[in-house]
Design a protein. Structure first.
Ligand code: AP5
Ligand code: ZN
Length: 214
């Protein structure tokens, strides 16, 4: 199964990706996580990406498209994958199409901006696994520690309110047009398009996802 998770920063893509990965045994391809590990490694890509990400802007299409194509070509993607945070621009979506990479389901998480800003303030992440928590809405079993490894959770550098607002602006301008893009793709019979109310509790969103993907 090949799935695209579409939605604003903080809409819950990473959170739901964790459930879907387990359920369908397909890898999560999070371009954000890939860039953050490049930053941690201190590679040239990481150095260039850090500046852009800290400002809440998008990394260039060429770089991202190259990364994703290389990742999708790996063995573990043969039976499908979950794209989280990609595509994020029309050229990125076109690149998938030009490469003949078919998508089965596009899932849009609909969450208003005010809710997003509140969520991001409480987000905590486990960088090594991509597991995501919220101090109130999805708390870890032990405060500040990952459920599975007991390692320390961190706050992402781009979760400052000012940066979050900037990221939301970028989302509306550059990513939101993909809603129409994939609605048209679904109309043409190339994929299924589902819109989910992402303001529901985490478990309810998962349940709804399960129903529509089964
Ligand atoms: P990326 O890491 O992809 O960030 P994003 O898209 O902005 O999304 P987030 O990871 O912030 O949110 P999410 O939807 O995964 O929400 P989450 O589940 O964590 O990208 C970071 C940067 O990298 C970009 O700004 C850009 O610079 C660059 N980049 C990445 N991809 C790129 C691309 N394709 N092209 C160009 N540049 C790219 O949840 C958020 C919080 O809410 C958590 O605390 C969670 O516990 C909580 N939560 C989740 N669901 C619920 C719920 N239903 N109810 C209550 N709380 C909830
Ligand atoms: Zn995420």
């Amino acid at each position: 199964m090949r799935i695209i998770l579409l939605g604003a920063p903080g809409a819950g893509k990473g959170t739901q990706a964790q459930f879907l990965m387990g359920k369908y045994g397909i890898p999560q391809i999070s371009t954000g996580d890939m860039l953050r590990s490049a930053i941690k490694e201190g590679s040239d890509l990481g150095m260039a990406a850090k500046r852009v990400m800290d400002e809440g802007k998008l990394v260039s299409d060429d770089i991202i498209i190259g990364l994703v194509k290389e990742r999708i070509a790996k063995d573990d993607c043969k039976d499908g994958f979950l794209l989280d945070g990609f595509p994020r621009t029309i050229p990125q979506a076109d690149a998938m199409k030009d490469a003949d990479i078919k998508i089965d389901h596009v899932i849009e998480f609909d969450v208003p901006d005010d809710v997003i800003v509140e969520r991001m303030g409480g987000r905590r992440v486990h960088p090594a696994s991509g597991r995501v928590y919220h101090v109130v809405y999805n708390p870890p079993k032990n405060e500040g520690r990952d459920d599975q490894t007991d390692e320390e959770l961190i706050i992402r550098d781009d979760d400052k309110e000012e940066t979050v607002r900037h990221r939301l602006g970028v989302y509306h301008e550059q990513t939101k047009p993909l809603v129409g893009y994939y609605a048209a793709e679904a109309e043409a019979g190339n994929c299924e398009y589902h819109k989910i109310d992402g303001t529901q509790p985490v478990g309810d969103v998962s349940e709804q996802l399960n129903k529509l993907l089964d």
